[in-house]
Ligand binder design. Structure first.
Ligand SMILES: Nc1ncnc2c1ncn2[C@@H]1O[C@H](COP(=O)(O)OP(=O)(O)OP(=O)(O)O)[C@@H](O)[C@H]1O
Length: 252
C-alpha cells in the first residue's frame, strides 16, 4: 500500500457547545479522490479547514508527508499552499483576484513559485485557459466579466498551473446551474486523472461524489459515520444515515 500524503486522527473541535468535529480520522493517498459528504452543518467545511491548517483542532493531529501541519508554522504552511497544495473555493471570488486579468490570475501563481520569463508565463497561461475551456481571446479580460462557470474554471486553472499534489475543494459546483455543474465535474474528473492529483472534495451532492470519488466519508454531527470505496458506500450503505442520504437522492 502507498504511504498516504495526508493523514489525520483524533480530530476534535468544538464551537462552544457545538461539536463540529468529534474524533475524526482520515487519510488521502497519492492520486486518490476522497469525497466528504453529509448534511449541512455536519462539519465538512470545518474538517477541510482543519486539514489544510487554516484552523487548529482542540485535539488530534494532521500530518502532511509525516510532518505535523499545525506545528509547522505559518510561513511553512503558506509555502505548502503555494506549492504542493491547492484550494478551490465554492465562491470563485474567494480564489481569484477580480481586478487582475484572467491570464494574470494564472500567471501570478507561476510567478509566486519563481517563474520570471514573461513570454513563457503567458504561453503557459494560454495553455491552461485552453485546458479549462476558456477562450484564448478572453486572456486579458477581468474575471468579473466571466460567467459563474467560467470563473470557476479559471479558478481551477489558477490552482492547477503550479501542479499541486493535493487539492482541497469546498463545494466547487455549488451555486451553479445543473448543466454548468455537470461540465465542471467532468473537467475536474479528467484533469485530476490526467495529472494524477489527490483531491479532497467536500460536497453535499451524492451524484458528484459518485462521479469523482474513489472513496467517500459520510459525516453527521461532527462524526464520520461511514467510509469506504464509493460504489460500496453508495450501493450498499451500512449506516442508517447513509441509507437515508442515498435513498433521498434516489427519490428526488
Ligand atoms: N466559526 C464558527 N463559529 C461557531 N460555530 C461554527 C463556526 N463554524 C462552524 N460552526 C458550526 O459547526 C458546525 C459544522 O459546520 P460546518 O460549516 O463545518 O458544516 P458543513 O457540513 O460544512 O455545512 P454546510 O454544508 O452548510 O457548509 C455547524 O453546527 C456550524 O454552525
Amino acid at each position: 500500500m502507498t504511504t498516504p500524503l495526508l493523514t489525520a486522527e483524533g480530530l476534535t473541535l468544538r464551537f462552544g457547545a457545538i461539536p463540529a468535529l468529534l474524533d475524526v480520522a482520515i487519510d488521502v493517498a497519492e492520486g486518490e479522490v476522497v469525497a466528504i459528504v453529509g448534511e449541512s452543518g455536519s462539519g465538512k467545511t470545518t474538517l477541510l479547514r482543519v486539514l489544510s491548517g487554516l484552523m487548529s483542532p482542540d485535539a488530534g493531529t494532521v500530518r502532511w508527508l509525516g510532518q505535523d501541519v499545525h506545528a509547522m508554522g505559518e510561513a511553512a504552511r503558506r509555502r505548502l499552499m503555494r506549492t504542493e497544495w491547492g484550494f478551490v473555493h465554492q465562491n470563485p471570488r474567494d480564489g481569484l483576484r477580480l481586478n487582475v486579468s484572467a491570464g494574470g490570475n494564472v500567471g501570478e501563481r507561476l510567478m509566486a513559485v519563481g517563474a520570471r520569463h514573461y513570454g513563457n508565463i503567458r504561453t503557459e497561461a494560454l495553455s491552461w485557459l485552453a485546458r479549462v475551456e476558456v477562450d484564448a481571446a478572453r486572456i486579458d479580460d477581468l474575471p468579473r466579466t466571466f460567467s459563474g462557470g467560467m470563473q470557476q474554471r479559471l479558478q481551477i486553472a489558477r490552482t492547477l498551473v503550479t501542479r499541486p499534489r493535493l487539492v482541497f475543494m469546498d463545494e466547487p459546483t455549488g451555486g451553479l446551474d445543473v448543466s454548468v455543474q455537470a461540465r465542471l465535474l467532468d473537467l475536474i474528473r479528467s484533469l485530476s486523472r490526467e495529472l494524477g492529483l489527490s483531491v479532497l472534495i467536500v460536497t453535499h451532492d451524492i451524484a458528484a461524489a459518485r462521479l469523482l470519488a474513489d472513496r467517500i466519508l459520510v459525516m453527521r454531527r461532527g462524526r464520520v459515520v461511514e467510509q469506504g470505496l464509493t460504489d460500496r458506500v453508495l450501493d450498499d450503505p451500512q449506516h442508517p444515515y447513509t441509507q437515508l442520504l442515498v435513498s433521498s437522492v434516489l427519490a428526488a
